[in-house]
Design a protein around this ligand. Structure first.
Ligand code: SAH
Length: 365
């Protein structure tokens, strides 16, 4: 049995990366210091990337001593780093309990995107997703989500211009930790990303879309993948619980009538499954009246998936049909292809290797 909760920090220590600015201020107070000392601690950890409390020279000595004794800034050691020829880097980072998550950095001409994970594995069982094949192990803590960002910033030498919660896991099934982590991403004392540059991608957990609207205004991407309930029930099984007639109004409500905002709809193009002109027309009807951007994603194949990638001409015809109807539609470039930089593939490979029968493992490597 696996424990669905995050691994506890070492021996009851305060897990500092799991705290947002207010959490750090409250901790400082609880340790007998002023709230601004907590905010300075927060800034040292995130803006300056410092872990060593003794190097945080403007914190009172007594506070530093308490932090050294009772707190930690938990890094995630790198299990593997895979750079790709196009500049994409994928890391498999190791958690305290030995599980691993992936984080991907994708540089582009005028921006760079960091894709972070929110859970180890995923419970949602989308038909075409490699992460789903692992099943669900546990939620990440806010600190384990932010440690992915800190790792990338330190390794790359600068903050990414965008962060997307599109790695392993369903972010809205790990609500509290994800909300705390996104507030750290946005904080001026930390990574300073605007609300338009932090994107949460969800398969459509409707009640939590409404909950998110109450506490956050980050950008929302929704994994749609089908324009009708019958097909979406098969591809994204959470649709059986929260069908399109509930999902679409929740997404519209999330935008709160702000004309600068829109929902990004992710639509993975599966050969002969959801990629016909009839599907495009149904999609146009479905999205009518909702400020939208459609992101067509070429399916990233993996062994045993049972799906094929749509031919590029079909993806293009689909996109042209959407454009003609006045929708904003883009096709996602495949990046980091040779390192399988998307969708749980590296972890899949590592785990497959572990499942090999003992006899197949060479005795003397
Ligand atoms: N659980 C969240 C976020 C993680 S998946 C969600 O469902 O949105 C990030 C995106 O990658 C989702 O749109 C997902 O449907 C898509 N995806 C998953 N497997 C894929 C594959 N093999 N090829 C292309 N896109 C895939």
């Amino acid at each position: 049995m696996t424990n669905p909760e995050p691994a506890a920090p070492a021996a009851g220590r305060h897990d500092l990366l799991s705290l947002d600015q207010h959490g750090c201020a409250a901790l400082a107070q609880a340790l007998g210091c002023k709230p601004f000392h907590g905010r300075n601690l927060f800034k040292w950890m995130h803006k300056h990337g410092v872990d060593d409390f003794d190097a945080m020279t403007d914190l009172p000595k007594a506070f530093r001593a308490r932090l050294t004794a009772e707190a930690e800034v938990a890094r995630l050691p790198v299990s593997t780093e895979q750079p790709s020829a196009d500049g994409t880097i994928k890391w498999l980072l190791e958690l305290r309990d030995g599980q691993r998550v992936e984080t991907v950095f994708i540089p582009e001409e005028r921006r760079s995107t960091l894709c972070v994970s929110s859970q180890v594995g995923c419970a949602l069982d989308c038909a075409f997703c490699a992460t789903a094949r692992q099943g669900f192990n546990r939620n990440l803590s806010a600190g384990e989500i932010i440690a992915q960002v800190r790792h990338a910033v330190q390794r790359i030498g600068r903050a990414p211009s965008n962060i997307v919660l599109m790695g392993m896991g369903e972010p809205l099934a790990n609500f509290e930790a994800v909300v705390t982590a996104t507030s750290v991403m946005r904080d001026d004392l930390a990574y300073m990303l605007s609300k338009y540059r932090v994107t949460l991608s969800t398969s459509g957990i409707v009640p939590n879309i409404y909950r998110l609207a109450e506490v956050s205004d980050i950008a929302l991407a929704v994994s749609l993948h089908a324009p009708d309930n019958a097909l979406r029930d098969e591809l994204v099984p959470i649709n059986r619980k929260y069908p399109l007639e509930e999902l679409i109004p929740a997404c519209r409500a999330y935008l709160r009538g702000d004309p600068r905002r829109r929902i990004t709809w992710e639509y993975v193009m599966l050969d002969g499954v959801n990629d016909s002109i009839a599907h495009a027309k149904a999609l146009i009807r479905l999205l009518e009246g909702t400020p939208s951007k459609v992101n067509l994603i070429p399916f990233n194949p993996f062994p045993g998936s049972g799906f094929d990638t749509s031919p590029p001409e079909r993806v293009d015809a689909f996109r042209q049909r959407l454009l003609r109807a006045g929708l904003v539609a883009t096709t996602r470039k495949t990046r980091g292809d040779e390192i399988a930089a998307a969708c749980g593939q590296l972890v899949g490979r590592v785990q497959d290797r572990r499942r090999r029968p003992v006899a197949a493992v060479p005795a003397h490597p």
